[in-house]
Design a protein around this ligand. Structure first.
Ligand code: NDP
Ligand code: OXD
Length: 315
């Protein structure tokens, strides 16, 4: 049986690593790089896409599904020519989730144990302890309760924190010991009851700018903000003002409105900001390829693949 051709479509490069990983797992699918400049694209049945150049996906007449190489799919939806009649499959992968668990638990603990304040004291060679509230009185709140939020929420619950989550729709499968509320009307109270806020929402029309000055003001004074979702969720000027006034005590930021973060951006030098370059959870080709193969095989069999994006809600 001839191998099924798959096209790698990304402005960010990196096809070679995906080709090697795919070849280690299967001969049924072969990966070709759009950037190598082929003229006949009619035979491609699948596209592996991440920040695709606009206009490529609409010129693949044989396409049966688009598979995102990341959990967030806004860069694919931003292509006005993206075919909307075939499945767009987002990445849900245990390896990616594990990395996000590490990032979130690490940063919640950093803020719980007031590490930005201790690092400032270390710079001044100041031997002075701070009050040490136990985890059981610390309220961790997740904005978003999807594939990447639930596992760290459970880990933090197991560490003894009070854990709450807020998302778009009410749920019947909320794990015991975690409180969940949904919808815009519940957001204000959720924020008022959150000491360490973890933002793991996707970028959509509804979430862009969600954390504005008014909402940051709802947090208890000195709350910590962790953003590993998308930079567009937070009004950065409002966050800086809140950090400077002490309304927000400290922040861990992995994602930004402009990436790479411009050199002159005040976040770089802010002593209560812990900054990482959009790497809270990187996609590992070797770990991820089996899931991608399974999704393509499901489509080949005529089945509905898992983790399809609902285009009407944008995530
Ligand atoms: P999911 O689609 O599984 O979950 C998204 C969550 O956001 C859901 O709980 C959903 O609510 C909620 N949500 C969406 N829109 C709204 C809204 N308008 N109001 C309230 N809640 C809303 O996504 P993942 O958990 O897999 O990923 C989340 C995001 O993390 C990705 O979209 C991506 O942007 C980011 N990410 C960042 C990485 C990094 O390295 N920094 C790595 C990977 C992902 P509901 O459950 O009610 O539908
Ligand atoms: C993702 C990301 O969405 O890496 O997977 O940001």
């Amino acid at each position: 049986m001839a191998a099924v051709p798959v096209l790698f479509v990304s402005r960010k490069g990196g096809c070679a690593g995906w080709q090697a990983a795919l070849a280690r797992h299967t001969t049924r699918f072969t990966l070709h790089d759009w950037a190598s400049g082929q003229s006949d694209l009619s035979g491609y049945r699948y596209a592996l896409a991440w920040h695709p150049p606009h206009g490529v996906l609409k010129n693949l007449p044989g396409l049966k599904a688009i598979l995102s190489l990341g959990a967030g799919i806004e860069s694919i939806l931003a292509d006005p020519g993206m075919p909307r009649h075939i499945p767009l499959i987002r990445l849900v992968d245990p390896d990616l989730t594990g990395r996000m668990v590490e990032y979130v638990v690490l940063h919640v603990l950093l803020h719980h144990r007031q590490m930005t304040a201790y690092l400032a004291r270390q710079r001044e060679q100041l031997w002075a302890g701070l009050p040490q509230p136990p985890a059981r009185v610390r309220r961790v709140g997740f904005l978003g309760f999807g594939a990447l939020s639930r596992p760290p929420a459970l880990q933090l619950k197991a560490l003894g924190f009070q854990v709450a989550a807020w998302s778009r729709v009410a749920k019947s499968d909320v794990p015991e010991g975690i409180s969940h509320t949904a919808g815009p009307d519940a957001l204000e109270i959720f924020l008022q009851q959150t000491d360490i806020l973890v933002c793991l929402l996707p970028h959509t029309d509804e979430t862009a700018g969600l954390l504005n000055a008014a909402r940051l003001a709802r947090l208890p004074k000195g709350a910590a903000v962790i953003n590993a979702g998308r930079g567009s969720l937070i009004d950065e000027a409002a966050l800086l003002a809140a950090l400077d006034s002490g309304q927000v005590g400290a922040a861990s930021l992995d994602v930004f409105q402009t990436e790479p973060l411009p050199r002159e951006h005040p976040f770089w030098g802010h002593e209560r900001v812990i900054l990482t370059p959009h790497g809270a959870a990187d996609t590992d080709p070797e770990a991820t390829v089996p899931g991608l193969i399974a999704a393509m095989e499901a489509v080949e069999r005529g089945q509905t693949p898992p983790n399809m994006v609902d285009l009407s809600r944008g995530y």
